[in-house]
Design a protein around this ligand. Structure first.
Ligand code: NAP
Length: 255
């Protein structure tokens, strides 16, 4: 796969930052977006040091017009080969039945924000009949997690969108990969007080994602023991609830 022009939301931190760095090299153009310009600038500097051409944009993905403008501009500058719909919030935010505010915000960013990006990128790629889109899901999609119900719901929505859109986009020559990581050490789950079994570093996650995207994988779920563990737990709802509530009492849950 030819990845000469790569677009990334949520590039200022965590997995997005690591992905920007793993794709950065001579001859590659990176269009990076996030909200924190200082952190974005630091990522851009590191990517330029590896030879990439980099543009950075302050963007809130909830703003559909701004997202469309950014994608159009980036695509006009260097037609996008690969787009990461990565920006997200939530694992670690306190979600309760007493206050649905955090749950609403998570859905706005993780689902509607992703949809804004997806719509804009799909429009550009369809006109050329090529490209690949990578949607950032989570293993949290496999089961509603007490205390992280909005986060789980947002990632279940991403999973369903990916599965439904993939065959349609394929007809237009566009590939789609769904990434479902377990725990990755990022500010989203760092020092939040909940257990993070089998957590890996963002650099390792970025390498896994890059390798499997290059092979055209439609679903990229890792690490394998957690994938199977989560699937098994989903088959035994009372056990899953008991474990999740125990984790929630210790400070929250979420991947
Ligand atoms: N870490 C994990 O264990 C894990 C596991 C599974 C899936 N994921 C998913 O991986 C993705 C990246 O998460 P991460 O762990 O790397 O978290 P992170 O370090 O907190 O990074 C989140 C990124 O999303 C951006 N973002 C948040 N809200 C935004 C908004 N409204 N508009 C534009 N950008 C926004 C942030 O930008 P600013 O900081 O500049 O605002 C930041 O660059 C998320 O979709 C997350 O759900 C993470």
């Amino acid at each position: 796969m030819n990845e000469r022009s790569v677009l990334l939301t949520g590039a200022s931190s965590g997995i997005g930052r690591a992905l920007a760095l793993v794709y950065a090299s001579q001859g590659v153009t990176l269009a990076l977006a996030g909200r924190d310009m200082a952190r974005l600038e630091a990522v851009a500097t590191a990517c330029r040091a590896k030879g990439a051409r980099v543009s950075i944009t302050r963007l809130d993905v909830r703003d559909a017009n701004a997202t469309a403008d950014w994608v159009t501009q980036a695509d006009g500058h260097a037609p996008i080969d690969l787009a990461f719909v990565n920006a997200g919030i939530g694992a670690g935010l306190e979600e309760t039945a007493a206050d649905f505010g955090p749950t609403r915000m998570i859905l706005e960013v993780n689902v509607l924000g992703a949809l804004n990006t997806l719509e804009a990128v799909t429009g550009r790629m369809r006109s050329r009949g090529r490209g690949r889109i990578v949607l950032m899901g989570s293993l949290a999609a496999l089961r509603g997690i007490p205390g992280s119900q909005g986060y789980s719901a947002s990632k279940a929505a991403i999973k369903a969108l990916a599965e439904g859109l993939r065959p349609q986009l394929a007809q237009d020559g566009i590939g789609l990969s769904l990434v479902m990581p377990g725990f990755v050490r990022t500010p989203m789950n760092e020092d939040k007080g909940f257990p993070t079994p089998l957590r890996i570093e963002p650099e390792r996650a970025a390498q896994i994602i890059r390798d499997r995207v290059a092979r055209g994988r439609s679903r990229i779920a890792f690490p394998l023991p957690l994938v199977w563990g989560t699937r098994l737990l989903a088959l035994v709802p009372p056990l899953a609830d008991a474990l999740a509530m125990r984790a929630a009492r210790r400070g929250g849950t979420g991947v």
